[in-house]
Write a protein that binds this ligand. Structure first.
Ligand code: SF4
Length: 273
């Protein structure tokens, strides 16, 4: 979509009843029209969160975020070098008292030893932090180099106290249970409910709508060419088949979709359960 189409799409999302907008990429800060887009979504009553790698953050864009009332910014931090690079911008946003700042740290085989330092840094700065495992399919050329599946058991156990502390502090213990299950550090768990496809949808850069990043087999229409009622009806018919998370797998854990703390169940295949 070009910039005018994106503004049209925002209006149509509002007509669908969307109240929370997450703008991701690629890298959203590369879009010239990002600020008008955020402003327009705010005028339509949406809360707005931007996910960025942080490379293009500077005082000018921070000032614009604050001025247009952005509610949340989540910045990828993969090393302490990254952390130091975004520190000043994160502090400016926090000082505004308006924009909530979260950092996201992806666990990979290469960087797992940095997680403790980044976690402590985020906590000491009063920043929210999301820790999520990198998902690499087995056929990926980087599977062996990056997948946490290639960490030894003792290396994985180094992560246990950090993830446990994070889970309790940020009240995401259920999600941490899924991570532990994935790497055989705990029982094999499965969420009882998935927000994707039930209370969330994905809008692609060509206007296509899907219930989930991973369910491209379930097209719900195109936001630019289909009436909102038709998209709503298709999503509703998919919701019934997706709400119990039948397609849950490792790829879903990497999404950090905020599984609810309660109502999670043990998988029937769990050796412990
Ligand atoms: S369970 Fe996984 S694949 Fe299925 S809708 Fe949820 S996030 Fe998507």
């Amino acid at each position: 979509m070009g910039d005018p189409e994106m503004l049209t799409a925002i209006g149509k999302l509002a007509a669908l009843g969307i109240t929370n907008l997450i703008i991701t990429g690629g890298e959203p800060l590369l879009r010239r029209e990002l600020i008008p887009l955020i402003r327009s979504a705010g005028e339509l009553g949406m809360t707005r969160l931007i996910l960025t790698n942080g490379d293009l953050l500077d005082e000018r864009i921070i000032g614009e975020f604050i001025a247009c009332g952005l509610e949340g910014l989540s910045i990828s931090v993969n090393s302490m070098h990254d952390a130091r690079k975004i520190e000043r911008c994160a502090a400016l946003l926090q000082r505004s008292g308006r924009v909530r700042v979260t950092v996201t740290k992806v666990i990979s085989r290469e960087n797992f030893r940095d997680i403790g330092a980044i976690y402590r840094w985020a906590v000491s700065r009063g920043l929210g932090i999301i820790i999520q495992p990198a998902y690499l399919p087995e056929h990926s050329a980087l599977f062996k180099t990056l997948s946490p599946h290639h960490l030894s058991r003792s290396e994985l156990q180094e992560l246990t106290p950090i993830l446990g502390s994070w889970g309790n502090r940020q009240r995401v213990a259920a999600y941490v249970g899924f991570i532990f299950g994935l790497y055989k550090l705990g029982p094999d768990l499965k969420p009882a409910h998935c927000g994707m496809g039930t209370s969330a949808l994905v809008l692609d850069s060509d206007g296509s709508v899907y219930p989930c990043f991973h369910r491209r087999d379930l097209p719900a229409g195109n936001i630019l060419s289909d009436p909102p009622e038709s998209i709503r009806n298709r999503l509703e018919s998919m919701r019934k088949s997706l709400q119990a998370a039948p397609c849950y797998g490792e790829h879903c854990v990497s999404l950090f979709i905020g599984y609810p703390e309660s109502g999670d169940k043990r998988s029937e295949t769990s050796p412990e359960g």
